[in-house]
Write a protein that binds this ligand. Structure first.
Ligand code: FE2
Ligand code: FE2
Length: 272
């Protein structure tokens, strides 16, 4: 992935500000920048080169004020957080996309758009559309969190593909053109081996009837896209209508087992 260094530096507040950041803060900012500015990046290998080791990644932990798995809504790497717009009384999935999924929405919309272009089944397109959105709340185990968030409203197959895309991301499948992502060498260290539960999940999914649906989420889960492609949530209104059971009371007000998770995303400034 090629990074537009000038706009990255500008985004971070200028060269002097960047010079004052430690390497971990820069890595964080780089990751956010890639999520936020997908349309400014182009395919390439600009990120290849020197990757940290696992020991170097671990040594970075005590150089920052936050833990690595904090959700996007709860942290700003570039100045203070901003006031969030109010949510409607009965929020829909589209409302969350427009008002709360600020960092992840472009990435998942691009992924779903690509899946659509690639002729994927509607449930795969929907899984691509939803797969990373729980990262607004928490990044650790985001596949499991995202699947839990959507489970009451989508088919078992869609929830399965969302949950296990996280594990499959660590394992190449040359038969469908999926390679281990360079980004993971940056985030986890070049000598990283996935945790046993990830390996076990991969082995289970590899032999599951829904392997290919899950794999297709990873195949369409790209960080580099055509410049200027900015799909809107409305492109997916029909698919959402057919495959997402929107509660009439609104997400978070429906008394489902996950209503509090939706409320936490809607109200991240609540002190308790
Ligand atoms: Fe993901
Ligand atoms: Fe993703």
């Amino acid at each position: 992935m090629e990074i537009d260094r000038e706009s990255l530096v500008a985004n971070l507040g200028g060269a002097a500000q960047v010079a004052s950041m430690n390497s971990e803060a820069k890595a964080d900012a780089l990751e956010d920048f890639m999520m936020e500015r997908l349309n400014e990046t182009a395919p390439g290998n600009g990120m290849s080169g020197k990757y940290p080791t696992m020991a170097e990644v671990e040594a970075q932990i005590e150089t920052r004020r936050h833990r690595r798995g904090v959700g996007n809504l709860f942290l700003s790497h570039t100045g203070n957080v901003k006031k969030l717009p109010p949510m409607p009384a009965q929020p829909t999935l589209a409302d969350f996309f427009k008002l709360r999924f600020n960092v992840t929405s472009n990435h998942v919309l691009q992924s779903a758009n690509l899946a659509m272009k690639n002729g994927m089944a509607e449930e795969v397109v929907l899984a691509c559309l939803l797969h990373d959105t729980a990262q607004e709340l928490i990044k650790v185990d985001h596949g499991w969190w995202s699947a839990q968030l959507y489970e009451p409203y989508v088919s078992e197959k869609v929830a399965f593909a969302i949950r296990y895309h996280q594990a499959l991301r660590f394992y190449a499948d040359p038969a469908v053109g999926y390679e281990y992502p360079d980004l993971y060498r940056v985030l986890f260290g070049e000598d990283y081996k996935p945790a046993p539960y990830i390996e076990a999940a991969y082995q289970m999914v590899r032999n599951h009837k829904w392997y290919m649906e899950t794999r297709m989420v990873t195949v369409n889960d790209l960080y580099s896209f055509e410049p200027g492609v900015n799909p809107e949530i409305e492109q997916f209104t029909d698919i959402i209508g057919r495959h997402f059971k929107q509660p009439k009371e609104g997400l978070g007000a429906d008394n489902s087992a996950v209503a509090h998770i939706w409320r936490s995303i809607a109200r991240p400034d609540s002190p308790l």
